[in-house]
Design a binder for this molecule. Structure first.
Ligand SMILES: *[C@@H]1O[C@H](CO)[C@@H](O)[C@H](O)[C@H]1NC(C)=O
Ligand SMILES: *[C@@H]1O[C@H](CO)[C@@H](O)[C@H](O)[C@H]1NC(C)=O
Ligand SMILES: *[C@@H]1O[C@H](CO)[C@@H](O)[C@H](O)[C@H]1NC(C)=O
Length: 493
């Protein structure tokens, strides 16, 4: 009897398997047929495996989402259709643009649907020359080049390869924020597809609460299909960027960070000046300790002597200076599409801390933790980014969900290593200790820039400590995403 039932089970299975396989999620013919172009779907078992893998590959290989299907959407209607389909199948979905988001919760998308925005990359400058309209998949580098070619600029970020929209959703720090404010401050209006598949417009006058929320907590609310942004003429005096790097041995750490504090404290801080202070390993310069690289970018033909003189006085090991344009600044940072900062497939772990000033004792402690990482992590860097904040601070802090207008510095290790699960825990431990060291001398609580967030921060650390902010965000989350479909990037809870 038992033998018979097993036999029947196997026969039934043999008959049914082809039928079941053809019904596998992601091979749904009627769904695929609703797209005008059959090449829109990528599957993990298709002959175009390489294309599927390329579309899935992220900047960080740690905490990677997995997909049963990636849909390369070309229109807003296709975004709506894909979300409705995913809802019907009770399957998680994730928008893919630059693929840089590395917070651990994106890894909770398992057997999900990727909504790849690469085909939605067009843009145009409006006839009045005051705004640009971009589609949801436009990359930062493409926007910089397009605007520059038309004599325009706006607040753009330091890596060509990231999407432009995702940074807006968390605020968006970058080159011209001292002049114009954050990327989010450039947003005039946006169209987005909500969790229930409805497409709406948000602006100061249409759905203003949601317009407020997507500028700082936007990953929670929808997929932006297009955005209208403020743009500005590039004045003749703004055409050039001076870019310099100074390499130092670690014994100069205290002097360098004190110097940076002086710049932050200066009453007339230049709007077009950015500094990066970077720890990295370079055994040619120092076989025993990480080195310190100071990058200075200044929107002018040269960096005023008052800022470079103190650096020369500390006897740098090497100095390199050049004059370039806005796109060239990203190239100087190795952050063009083929640069090391954009390279995909390494595991990367961050642990961001936003500060208003450097506490030099804490920086030294963080340096010592960084210096002690095992050799598997010697491709890592630790970054301190000091963008000018003049205009960021002037804009009413209540006008957007971005909670940290008083912040002046972004610090984080970027632990970089070949994908290896046994190194993930070590990386987390190191980044914890660096974060603790950085906070030790800070009188304030942890503030973490949501676009760099690691995934273990409190709601307050990423969305703000003023109670009204979280109350408002929680109310809007309930209204616009009651089932938590957008819960894979810094979910509001
Ligand atoms: C910001 O909004 C909150 C809550 O409505 C209010 O308590 C606070 O005074 C506002 N701050 C400013 C500067 O308007
Ligand atoms: C992963 O890392 C561990 C710990 O360093 C090491 O022992 C192991 O060989 C690595 N595995 C691979 C495949 O490189
Ligand atoms: C989708 O959600 C929005 C916001 O809650 C709501 O206004 C709209 O009516 C919903 N659409 C549908 C089709 O239920």
């Amino acid at each position: 009897m038992a033998y018979l039932s097993i036999r029947w089970f196997l026969i039934t299975l043999a008959v049914l398997t082809p039928v079941l396989l053809s019904l596998r999620l992601g091979h749904d013919r009627s769904f695929a047929a609703s797209f005008h172009d059959g090449a829109s779907m990528l599957y993990p078992d298709s002959v175009d495996l390489k294309e599927f893998e390329d579309a899935s590959l992220r900047w960080s290989a740690a905490d990677s989402p997995t997909y049963i299907m990636i849909v390369r959407v070309a229109t807003e209607v296709e975004v709506q259709r894909t979300i409705l389909y995913a809802n019907r199948k009770r399957t998680p979905f994730l928008a893919i643009s630059g693929g840089h988001g590395q917070t651990s919760t994106v890894g909770k998308v398992k057997n999900g649907i990727g909504i790849h925005l690469g085909r939605m990359s067009s843009m145009y400058i409006d006839t009045d020359g005051q705004s640009v309209v971009i589609q949801g998949g436009v990359r930062n580098g493409a926007l910089i080049s397009y605007l520059w070619a038309h004599g325009k600029q706006t607040m753009t970020t330091g890596c060509d390869c990231v999407g432009y929209i995702a940074p807006i959703l968390g605020g968006g720090h970058g080159w011209l924020q001292g002049r114009y404010g954050l990327a989010a401050d450039q947003l005039i209006s946006a169209r987005l597809v909500l969790a229930n598949g409805t497409a709406i417009e948000v602006s100061q006058v249409r759905n203003p609460d949601l317009f407020w929320a997507i500028r700082g907590a936007g990953h929670n609310f929808g997929i932006v299909t297009s955005a209208r942004l403020k743009i500005y003429d590039v004045e003749p005096s703004q055409k050039q960027w001076a870019a310099s790097s100074f390499v130092f041995t670690h014994d100069k750490l205290e002097s360098l960070f004190a110097m940076a504090n002086n710049i932050l404290d200066s009453p007339n801080r230049p709007v077009g000046m950015v500094h990066y202070l970077v720890f990295a390993f370079n055994p040619d310069v120092d076989p025993n300790h990480p080195i310190i690289v100071v990058w200075i970018y200044y929107q002018a033909a040269s960096i005023p002597f008052q800022y470079t003189r103190p650096l020369y006085a500390l006897s740098p090991v090497a100095v390199e200076s050049s004059t370039t344009d806005l796109a060239g600044v990203n190239a100087h940072l190795y952050a063009t599409d083929d640069g090391v900062a954009c390279a995909k497939g390494f595991s990367r772990k961050l642990a961001p801390v936003s500060l208003q000033r450097y506490d030099i004792g804490s920086i030294r402690k963080a340096f010592d933790v960084f210096a002690g990482v095992p050799s598997s992590f010697h491709n890592s860097v630790m970054f301190a980014e000091g963008y000018a904040t003049n205009r960021v601070e002037e804009i009413d802090a209540n006008s957007t969900a971005f909670p940290d207008r008083a912040g002046k510095l972004l610090l984080s290790p970027i632990l970089t290593y070949l994908p290896n699960a046994s190194l993930d825990a070590i990386a987390e431990d190191i980044s914890n200790r660096i974060r603790d060291a950085l906070l030790e001398g800070s009188s304030s609580k942890l503030v973490s820039y949501v676009n760099y967030a690691r995934g273990d921060e409190s709601m307050e650390a990423i969305y703000g400590y003023e109670p009204w902010r979280l109350e408002k965000l929680r109310r809007l989350k309930k209204e616009y995403d009651p089932f938590g479909r957008f819960n894979y990037y810094a979910p509001i809870s």
